[in-house]
Design a binder for this molecule. Structure first.
Ligand code: SF4
Length: 352
């Protein structure tokens, strides 16, 4: 991807003084469903993936159990996370999928999303990189989808024989745009990229959004220490700068999010964040299991102290529900349903 040096320089000069505090901060109430921990990659900062022989695949019964708990506690989002397409080494994963009548993890995801809609919760899936065919299969049963771009730079942290590369990630973002899928993406800060790489990654996301208008939020996620990553976490100053860069560079309708279990939101409200992502009363953050969600009450009181109001949202942002052409008939039906879940979705959309 080509970048205009003038735009990169302009972004690199942005500081928190160049952006404003937002009056509103949103979040979605979710359940986190790690459908499989099999992944063909081995990123050095990631504790999510398990090697062949150790990887898990949640059964339909296990998924349903989590979903039901979430619905009971008022969750509206079923967040499905994956490793990237498990490769041929994960024989036992494929054996199980076959036993359950599936050739691929994508047809299984499709079935699980259908179950979620029947139960009364909206799926938001992050199945890593996807081909057009794979995304077409699951998009109709997802309110929105996502994948982290992480960075446009080649970094050592994307290690191993099979490494993920930025072009593939950008291609997934492109396919989502072409298919009109409301999409979440973001950058991972501190994995060996430079400040200039961060600026370029944000510009790449902006360009995708200018082309397709499908980006609903951009996550600015600091890498954090865990049993596989001892490379440190970005300083508060560099995080404040990159969050401000994101707010400055993206249009106002694209939300900027910092995950509240990985960084204190108190430090970022004046850098223009306006979203906290999914917060779960039921499940842990399976990507960062050592970092617990703060209580909603605590987040509410921090926001109120700083004159910001905290508001619940759906996994699909309001504007994509209201504008023509962004939701499938399945998702429309779920939102318009005359049942308890439909009423809950509509109440949140109406802001009451
Ligand atoms: S970060 Fe994602 S792609 Fe990399 S190893 Fe973990 S699950 Fe796989």
């Amino acid at each position: 991807m080509e970048f205009k040096q003038r735009e990169v320089r302009e972004l690199l000069s942005v500081t928190p003084e160049d952006v404003e505090t937002n009056s509103e901060l949103t979040y979605a109430k979710n359940v986190f469903i790690p459908l499989t921990t099999a992944c063909k990659y081995t990123c050095t900062y990631c504790t999510y993936f398990d090697p062949p022989g150790k990887a898990s695949l949640l059964s339909p019964t296990e998924v349903k159990e989590v979903v039901k708990k979430g619905i009971k506690l008022g969750c509206t989002e079923a967040l499905f996370t994956f490793g990237d397409d498990p490769d041929d080494r994960y024989v036992e994963i494929y054996r199980k999928l076959n036993e359950w009548g599936h050739e691929s993890i994508h047809t299984y995801l499709e079935e699980m999303c259908e179950m979620c809609l029947e139960e009364g919760i909206l799926p938001h899936s992050n199945p890593g990189d996807q081909t057009r065919e794979q995304m077409e299969k699951v998009a109709r049963v997802n309110a929105s989808m996502g994948v982290m771009l992480e960075t446009v730079a080649e970094v050592k942290a994307h290690a191993g024989i099979r490494k993920k590369n930025p072009e593939q990630r950008l291609n997934t973002l492109r396919i989502a745009g072409e298919l009109k899928v409301p999409f979440t993406t973001g950058i991972l800060v501190g994995i060996g990229e430079t400040e200039e790489d961060r600026a370029k990654s944000l510009l790449a996301i902006r360009e995708m959004n200018e082309r397709y208008g499908h980006i609903q939020e951009v996550i600015i996620q600091p890498v954090v220490e865990n049993i596989r990553w001892r490379g440190g976490t970005p300083s508060l100053d560099s995080m404040r700068r990159v969050v401000s860069m994101a707010r400055y560079c993206l249009p106002p309708e694209v939300s900027v999010q910092v995950p509240p279990n990985l960084a204190s939101i108190r430090n970022f409200l004046d850098c223009g964040i306006d979203d906290l992502g999914g917060i779960s009363p039921v499940t842990i953050d399976h990507i960062n299991p050592d970092y617990a969600w703060p209580a909603l009450q605590e987040l509410d009181s921090i926001a109120t102290d700083m004159g910001v109001s905290l508001k619940e949202r759906l996994p699909i942002y309001d504007r994509f529900v209201k504008e023509e052409g962004w939701i499938s008939s399945e998702i429309k039906q779920a939102i318009e349903a005359r049942n308890v879940s439909g009423e809950r979705y509509r109440r949140i959309l109406a802001g009451v």
